[in-house]
Write a protein that binds this ligand. Structure first.
Ligand SMILES: [Zn+2]
Length: 262
């Protein structure tokens, strides 16, 4: 019964809340890494985006104004991660807050020793456990084109949200039944330790060295690479690439010739 209601609501939203074609095209053009997707996949992505926008509020902080293009660009990138996972990966929270610049959350957190700290350094993005995703618009805009930025803020923060689906962000999202947790943990731990050694030895890595910060950041940064420059992940950490392909149920590395045709 519940499934029937859910599917009826889904159909009603898709029928009434369409995204105008010019807006959709403009948003796709601003995100060149999406060139690997087929037309059929983009049709599905668009449905995910419509449902995402009906389920989440994308709101402005301070006196900023969030335009339809900003909303669509943020939603598209969020939905790239869950295209083959399902939107329930983003259940349990409601808001995306967009700031006109870097922001200070002032959120308090407790470290392993039980000491409470306040986060008062300026941030470009933050995924709050059980709460909103917070984004600085200039950083979203600057990282929309991977080829010039080498990072993607929206994918990063929403990868944390996917990770948090199984509790605290720890680099291990809720895996599918055919994916042994131990296999994931061993491969991720080995790759993380290897990457940390490279960063600590002073090597200039093509993958953002911020990935060496913690297993959660390693998962979020490597998710950015997986979607936006998959061949880099295939080359540097093939075992992680294979696990991500199994988890996200996508194989972007097999499509990169489509990026070159642009
Ligand atoms: Zn992060």
């Amino acid at each position: 019964m519940f499934e029937a209601i859910r599917s009826w609501r889904r159909k009603r939203i898709l029928a009434t809340a369409a995204i105008p074609e010019p807006l959709w095209r403009e948003a796709l053009e601003a995100l060149p890494f999406l060139a690997i997707y087929t037309e059929a996949e983009l049709v599905r992505l668009r449905q995910h985006v419509v449902l995402f926008l009906s389920a989440k509020n994308i709101v402005a902080a301070r006196d900023f104004e969030v335009t339809p293009l900003m909303r669509t660009m943020i939603a598209i990138q969020a939905c790239v991660l869950t295209l083959n996972l399902g939107s329930h990966y983003y259940d349990g929270w409601e808001n995306v807050v967009v700031y006109p610049d870097e922001f200070v959350t002032g959120l308090e957190y407790e470290d392993e020793a039980g000491v409470v700290h306040r986060r008062d350094e300026p941030l470009a993005g933050e995924a709050v456990p059980g709460g909103p995703v917070i984004l600085s618009w200039p950083d979203v805009e600057a990282s929309a084109d991977w080829s010039s930025a080498g990072m993607n803020l929206v994918i990063h923060e929403f990868a944390h949200k996917v990770d948090m689906r199984s509790g605290e962000a720890n680099g291990c999202p809720p895996l599918h039944p055919d994916m042994p947790r131990r296999t994931w943990q061993n491969a991720m731990a080995a790759a993380y330790a290897h990457f940390r050694r490279r960063v600590e030895s002073g090597e200039v890595t093509e993958i953002d060295p911020y990935a060496a910060e913690s297993p959660a950041e390693f998962f979020a940064v490597l998710s950015e690479v997986f979607f936006a420059e998959p061949t880099l992940l295939q080359t540097e950490y093939p075992s992680v690439y294979r696990l991500f392909a199994q988890f996200y149920r996508q194989d972007p590395g097999s499509r990169t010739e489509l990026l070159l045709e642009q």
